[in-house]
Design a protein around this ligand. Structure first.
Ligand code: BGC
Length: 692
């Protein structure tokens, strides 16, 4: 008999591809059925979580258990679209804020920083890349994704994931698929037709996986009657057969699958514990219900991915603890916050001139709160959070600051009367939107020992809370100019009060350096450059149907700017809207078609007297034989321009990205004809057409 202790199949940095392949085959040959099945689930989470007093992220979690006897390590998971959900990591602005930067280079640098912080905290599997589509702004977890457009989601998520992977941390795209509502996520059955599925809800996943993101997390919800965690059509027919994905798929946590046959359907790992797989899967194999090769396939999917990362040479010599929330990463969080803030309206009050501002009224409860987002799985606990009030006090000195909030409007009005300008910070917290946290689960919230109310979930309203609107109204009535900063994960309707605001900014959940970033924008040290990654309606009825308690819901082809365009409805703020303190001009739009791509060039210039960044968004409209979104984003880029500087930029669109899903052939087809190309800079919009 083989001596079970003689094997050491542990991954080695620098090992060759041949060694990896041989080792994996040796592991599969050597492992027992129970050991192989053991690899296919996390282990120990429940006990650890309780032992840590339910402090989420107190340690890395096993998301796949390895085989100890053979030296195969577990996969160590940590979450976090807005940073590493572990220890005291850097808290970046939430994903939606970063969506507003339209800056893939920045997003990749954020990914690298997250990758380093993962490694410094003993994790190698990151759940940070959330790219579910923002179908409706009420979605509680909107803040965790980048926006409403599939191309933009794919580009931004890819940048984050590839950035994470530079540090040999495996990135996961989640939640596959159609996870665009929160409260009903464990049960809702999403119905969808083939074109909407492939053209609207899946392209961003395919883009990220084609680019090399290593792993996939399945979604909780159902697709056409079957849970996504055990959906053969999704996990095998589409993911493996059509797309050629070769990494592994792990389930979302606790209720991600219901039957051991999930492994036959294409799932590789159940998280965080073997509730459905484990012994039940061993029994299913022994009873002949699940084929043994299915288990080997899952093991190979895991091991090939795991060993590719674990054997690669690291770019850094070491990952010391000081990397975590170190100065470079904190500065990156500030840069991201500055680049994400969207200036929605400005009557000229901004930027503020320090010489003319004696005193500023900083109003609203959210001005003094460390409000970095929800309290769910993406919660990050940074070592510090700079609030708006703290940043402005630091900048202007405490004597220049007057305060007040919606609980005492008379006092807030008095403050506004004594100030040259008023800033109202309004919006939401983890209470009104976010991952849904039932009352009995604290997830490390500060506990007073009593039972808590549930928090988070899908929003009940798209408006600001009434008390905040009353505050804006009362302060505006003093005649002091009012600047409103909106803190929210997605669209907030502004119809009721926008006429009374001198300027409006969307600041999202801006991360640990958000206060400093806002102060820098208000006083013009940073020039606003964020652009909305979603459409803000004038009327909630203009969005698609949404029912947060739905058991069944149909996702069709129409949402976001595509739906507004089809319906001929003017939004309040279009997708891509955002103002700057400088002016940009755009000219000379040219399109050249090669055999495989469109090359689009245009020249953008900074016509003002301040440096600024402009994003160029390139949309394509089809010939019209096939009904599609009147125009759809297919490329974007971001440029920094000094005053007077002009730059000619080239955007490339693969012709394959212009195809539609042919539902008769279940494949992709190109429609010949005239295509309209529109490029939107800040303000300008140039259009041309090309025959293809
Ligand atoms: C969330 C996932 C997350 C997982 C593990 C789930 O509740 O839906 O996004 O990755 O928990 O933290």
């Amino acid at each position: 008999m083989t001596d079970p202790t003689q094997h050491d199949f542990a991954p080695r940095r620098g090992a060759s591809d041949a060694w990896i392949s041989e080792t994996i085959e040796a592991i599969i040959a050597e492992a027992t059925l129970a050991e192989k099945v053991g690899m296919l689930s996390g282990r120990g989470f429940f006990a650890d979580f309780v032992a840590d007093d339910k402090l989420w992220g107190a340690r890395p979690y096993r998301a796949g258990s390895g085989i100890e006897r053979l030296g195969v390590p577990p996969l160590w998971f940590s979450d976090g679209p807005r940073g590493v959900a572990r220890g005291q990591s850097t808290c970046f602005p939430c994903t939606m804020a970063r969506g507003a930067t339209f800056d893939t280079d920045l997003e990749m640098r954020i990914g690298e920083a997250m990758g380093k912080e993962m490694r410094a905290q003993d994790c190698d599997l990151s759940g940070a890349v959330c790219i579910n589509l923002l179908r409706h702004p009420a979605w509680g977890r909107a803040q965790e994704t980048y926006g409403e457009d599939p191309h933009h989601l794919g580009a931004m998520g890819t940048a984050l994931g590839l950035g994470i992977q530079t540090q040999n941390v495996m990135a996961t795209v989640k939640h596959f698929a159609l996870n665009s509502m929160e409260n009903a996520r464990f049960r809702v059955d999403v119905r969808i037709d083939e074109r909407a599925l492939h053209e609207i809800y899946l392209p961003h996943f395919k883009a990220a996986l084609d680019a090399g993101i290593a792993t996939v997390m399945s979604a909780y919800n159902k697709l056409d009657g079957e849970y996504c965690g055990q959906h053969h059509g999704l996990l095998t027919d589409i993911l493996r057969t059509e797309w050629g994905f070769s990494g592994f798929v792990h389930s979302d946590w606790v209720m991600g699958l219901y039957k051991p046959y999930a492994v036959s359907a294409g799932l590789d790992i159940e998280n965080p514990e073997p509730q459905i797989l484990g012994d039940k899967l061993v029994a299913a194999v022994e009873a002949g219900h699940v084929a043994p090769w299915v288990i080997d396939r899952a093991c190979r999917n895991i091991l090939h991915t795991q060993y590719r990362f674990a054997c690669a040479e690291d770019p850094c010599e070491a990952y010391p603890a000081e990397l975590v929330a170190g100065p470079a990463h904190v500065a990156l969080a500030r840069e991201a916050a500055e680049k994400s803030i969207v200036l929605l309206e400005n009557d000229g009050v901004l930027p503020l001139d320090r010489a003319k501002i004696g005193r500023i009224a900083v109003l609203g409860k959210l001005a003094v709160q460390a409000n970095t987002g929800d309290r769910g799985s993406s919660r990050v606990r940074p070592p510090h959070v700079v609030t708006t009030l703290a940043a402005l006090s630091e900048r202007l000195g405490p004597d220049a600051i007057l305060t007040g909030d919606e609980d005492d409007i008379a006092a807030a009005v008095a403050a506004a009367r004594g100030a040259d300008v008023a800033l109202v910070v309004a919006g939401y917290t983890a209470r009104e939107e976010g991952e849904y946290i039932p009352g009995e689960l604290t997830l490390g919230q500060e506990s007073d020992g009593t039972r808590r109310a549930a928090i988070g979930g899908d929003r009940l309203s798209l408006d600001l809370p009434a008390a905040q609107v009353a505050l804006i109204d009362a302060v505006a009535a003093t005649g002091t100019p009012v600047i409103v900063a909106i803190v929210a994960g997605s669209a907030v309707l502004v119809e009721g009060w926008r006429g009374r605001a001198a300027a409006i900014l969307q600041t999202f959940y801006a991360g640990m350096e958000g206060g400093t970033a806002l102060a820098n924008i208000l006083f013009g040290d940073a020039n606003p450059s964020g652009r909305l990654p979603f459409t803000v309606a004038r009327d909630p009825a203009h969005y698609p149907f949404f029912d947060r308690d739905a058991d069944t819901i149909r996702y069709d082809y129409w949402h976001g700017y595509g739906k507004f365009a089809r319906d001929g409805v003017e939004p309040r703020y279009r997708f891509g809207h955002g103002l700057s303190y400088t002016r940009f001009g755009q000219r000379a739009l040219h399109v050249r078609a090669t055999a495989t791509a469109l090359e689009i060039t245009t020249t953008i210039s900074n016509l003002g007297d301040r440096a600024g960044d402009a994003s160029l968004l390139c949309y394509v409209g089809g010939p019209g034989g096939i009904e599609r979104w009147p125009r759809m984003l297919k490329a974007f880029t971001r440029v920094s321009l000094q005053p007077g500087e002009a730059r000619t930029v080239t955007l490339t669109i693969a012709l394959d990205d212009l195809r539609y899903r042919d539902t008769a052939a279940h494949g992709w087809r190109f429609e010949p004809g005239d295509y309209r190309i529109t490029v939107c800079g800040f303000g300008d919009m140039l259009e041309t057409s090309v025959r293809l």
